[in-house]
Design a protein around this ligand. Structure first.
Ligand code: HEM
Length: 442
């Protein structure tokens, strides 16, 4: 009897200890980040700062590696209600997740109150001198310089012939191979195109080497910041070092070539980056040029490769939408003058249904499911406080999968766009505001 009583006491003590330890650990982030806000902490949105150091990263990564990534946000909604804003601790910082259109729009468009707030791990991988790491003035200047040549219809018409030739020859190649790893091939294709725009021509070996390193880099961007051999982040840092070395040799070669040869009209983005000067006549140094290249070449091929893959999968799964998109293409070809070779911008503009297919894919997949900002000052949105220095994550997935905006949100239905003009803030595949590099749909 005595023995049973003793065992019971030990059990209760261990249980109590574990509960107390859990309580202490769950309170660490609260003490570290909320207590210093004094009374202002009562205006924070509801939420949970998770465990010390890792915050809610574990549940986030678990959800995004499962078949139900939205279970992460659903757990906040289930615990704290449909408040549209939640406090959390992710990517090493206390953060506010914003899940509703109005608040997302406010965060993305209010440059007085918010600045880019990418995690340090992303900055270390993409580059401290790329857009993710520089001041807003510098950012605006580089954006002006680099966005125009890759954005809008004029740019599209300039590269259309090159894109068409490459797509046609790759389709022929894949058909002859019988079976291909589709995403890998698409990534190679989109990478070839973006390399052409930025660097005109590079050898196939250089392109393949760079593309391989980008794959490792991207795994690291989505991983925890653990710089230990074997972990994705460590591999990504290694990949970045290799990429920087390759880009450095490309920059050296280009500078050498420009020294020996008079300027020609066939300038690409690399020439533009080498020529640009600020108001004081300062040019970009090699490190700045390389970081902009690392960023653009990544942004320019990953997203387009994935979206092309998903569009193909969705069309294959839904023959009725495929038929409608195909009929549109056949109609365009039928009306083409017999002397015309290749696609024209006018024809691209006629692809109304295909453009709906792509809009729907962008909505349903939401490839960039979140973007990061940092509050420059205390900001109040919908009655909740975003404290100065905290990060904000605009959670586009929640907006795009909101059934009150998009009925049956998980259904792929391009025809929903027949009559739909999305209200401001409800369709954000490219973000919004100054940082959104909108690649205007035809
Ligand atoms: C399906 C295609 C694409 C999607 C879904 C996409 C999505 C996005 C999103 C959500 C952002 C963040 C905007 C923000 O911070 O508010 C972004 C930024 C950016 N994207 Fe894209 N993008 C796509 C294609 C491209 C392409 C083809 C390029 C380059 C040729 C590109 C270059 C960039 C750059 C440079 C930024 C950073 C802009 C800045 O901080 O000023 N993107 N993109």
């Amino acid at each position: 009897m005595m023995e049973l009583g003793f065992t019971w006491v030990v059990f209760v003590a261990i249980f109590g200890g574990v509960v107390a330890l859990k309580w202490v650990l769950r309170s660490v982030n609260l003490w570290l980040y909320e207590t210093k806000l004094a009374d202002k902490r009562f205006s924070l949105p509801p939420g949970d700062l998770g465990w010390p150091f890792i915050g809610n990263m574990w549940s986030f990564l678990r959800a995004f590696k499962s078949t139900d990534p939205d279970s992460f946000i659903s757990s906040f909604v289930a615990r704290f209600g449909h408040t549209g804003m939640y406090k959390t601790f992710m990517f090493g910082s206390p953060s506010i997740i914003v899940t509703v259109p109005e608040a997302c729009r406010r965060v993305l468009s209010d440059d007085e109150s918010f600045k880019p707030g990418w995690p340090t791990s992303t900055m270390n991988l993409i580059g401290k001198k790329s857009f993710v790491g520089i001041s807003s003035d510098e950012h605006k200047r580089l954006r002006r310089l680099t966005a125009a040549p890759v954005n809008g219809h004029e740019a599209l018409s300039m590269y259309m012939g090159y894109i068409e030739d490459n797509v046609v020859s790759d389709l022929d190649k894949w058909a002859s191979l019988g079976q291909v790893e589709f995403l890998t091939e698409l990534r190679k294709l989109t990478f070839t195109i973006i390399m052409h725009i930025f660097l005109s021509s590079e050898s196939k070996q250089v392109m393949e080497a760079l593309e391989r390193e980008y794959t490792a880099l991207n795994y690291g961007i989505r991983a925890m910041e653990i710089n230990i051999p074997g972990f994705a982040y460590h591999k990504a840092l290694k990949a970045r070092r290799k990429m920087v070395a390759i880009f450095q040799s490309i920059v050296d070669e280009r500078r050498e070539h420009r020294r020996k040869n008079p300027p020609t009209s066939g300038r690409d983005m690399m020439d533009a980056l080498m020529d640009v000067e600020d108001e004081n006549g300062r040019k970009l140094d090699d490190e700045e040029i390389i970081d902009v290249l690392v960023m653009y070449l990544n942004a320019g091929h990953e997203s387009s490769g994935h979206i092309t893959m998903w569009t193909t999968i969705f069309l294959q799964k839904h023959p009725e939408f495929f038929r409608r998109a195909k009929e549109e293409q056949e109609e365009i070809i039928k009306n083409r003058p017999p002397t015309q070779n290749g696609l024209t911008l006018k024809e691209v503009r006629q692809m109304k249904y295909l453009s709906q297919v792509i809009d729907e894919t962008l909505r349903l997949v939401t490839f960039s499911f979140v973007v990061f900002r940092e509050a420059k000052t205390d900001v109040n949105i919908s009655g909740y406080l975003i404290p100065k220095g905290w990060k904000v994550m605009t959670w586009f997935r929640s907006v795009h999968l909101d059934p009150t905006i998009y009925p049956d949100p998980k259904e792929f239905n391009p025809s929903r766009w027949d009559e739909l003009t999305p209200k401001a803030g409800t369709y954000l595949p490219f973000g919004a505001g100054l940082n959104s590099l909108i690649l205007s749909a035809p």
